[in-house]
Design a protein around this ligand. Sequence first.
Ligand code: UN1
Length: 512
Amino acid sequence: SINITSVLEELHILENNEAWSTGQNWGAGTNASSKTIFSPVDGKAIANVLFATRDDFDQVIKTAQSAFESWRLLPAPKRGEIVRQLGEELRVKKKALGALVSYEMGKSLQEGLGEVQEMIDICDFAVGLSRQLYGLTMHSERSRHRMYEQYHPLGLVGIISAFNFPVAVWSWNAALAWVCGDVCIWKPSEKTPLTAIACQKIAAKVLAANGIDEGVSCLIIGDREIGELMANDERVPLISATGSTRMGKAVGAAVGQRLGRSLLELGGNNAIIISEHADLNIALPGVVFGAVGTAGQRCTTTRRLIIHESAYEEFKTKLSAAYAQLRIGDPLDELNHVGPLIDKDAVQQYQNAIAKAKEQGAKILVEGGVLEGDGFESGCYVKPAIFEAENHFEIVQHETFAPILYIMKYKTIEDAIALQNGVPQGLSSSIMTTNLREAEKFLSHAGSDCGIANVNIGTSGAEIGGAFGGEKETGGGRESGSDAWKVYMRRQTNTINYGADLPLAQGIKFDL
Ligand code: UN1
């Protein structure tokens, strides 16, 4: 079993046994407030954390600006070398950081470790990328002219992340931004600041060992006001925000107002289509992990199942049987499948959603409920629930961050795709089928409208190598792999005349 005190010690995140301050020293000597962070695992207080003020925010921006001046001049492959060392340090700290993620956020230890693995993977990706920030060359229409484009560092990148992936989302953004020559200001969820502090300490150590200003990696812990300040501040050219659609709409509007750039990765309402040609041995674990993993608190969580009418009864029976096997409890105990929700507010929202589902006519297949008694003292443990519902129900159209699955029937693949697309969100989607025609139809122009569309795997658990994000209310941004790096840089088109005349483009004559 895990000893949390030694995990906290290994990660060096407690100073004076209590509140914490960074090398950047915000919070020191100001009127910063402090907040006690409780674990949803056992309800115990973990530590007090200082919350930044408006003045602190200003100080952090100045620190970042000054770090940017020198960081952008370091050649990209050298910046990649720093990120490589960060990946190495994360390998060393993987067990401790994974355990803290699990304890502070409540996901299973396996998933906590998996999240740190995503951080290591994105560092590796970014190291390679640091030698591949390619632009194109073009042939000029004018003689003795050369055209090309290059990508320059953008500046300060504000990263707003959510509690559910308290460390990985930061690293997807930061590792790319750093090799691109940007500096980062991270505002983690106020629900999971300790894992953020742990990451900051790890990054600070690597930067210091290389004689680099810690301002390359800035952390600011605060409430919504800090996020608003950042979104409205034109000194921050890019805001990358991951979280609820409600938050994203506010951030997107504020950034848009000043014509800044935003990368939004927001809510999902992800469905799996179970075709009559599905291999149910694959479909079942895919659905169950997708629906109950991370206690339904991934943006990629499977929230809807669209099942062919001929497979419906059989799959329903299998699903109920599988849910009956689920072990709910301490996520640090590897025997358990489902840990707690993040806090009691989340439990309340889970209960509200269940009440609404019933009110709107959904039929209970697997009954939910809040768990009480031994091992459930935090009050955050709930039972994964399944409802038979219709897609148009208001509650089904809505993302509830909890393990509630809505199942429904379809007749034709066209209907199934229409149901899958018939929600405001567009993050992840899957089809379980061994039929080539319907798989390809699902992936075609007339298929899934999501940023992620899978065949014979679930909706969650994407690898870092692909671009991650989605359409519609999911916000349209792409983080992580592929060419997502381009949003972290400014593109410049260059035309060079190496001749002795000045021909104008489009053949325009202008004789003096
Ligand atoms: C999130 O929930 O915000 O695809 C990110 C997945 C993970 C990332 C989820 N790799 O489920």
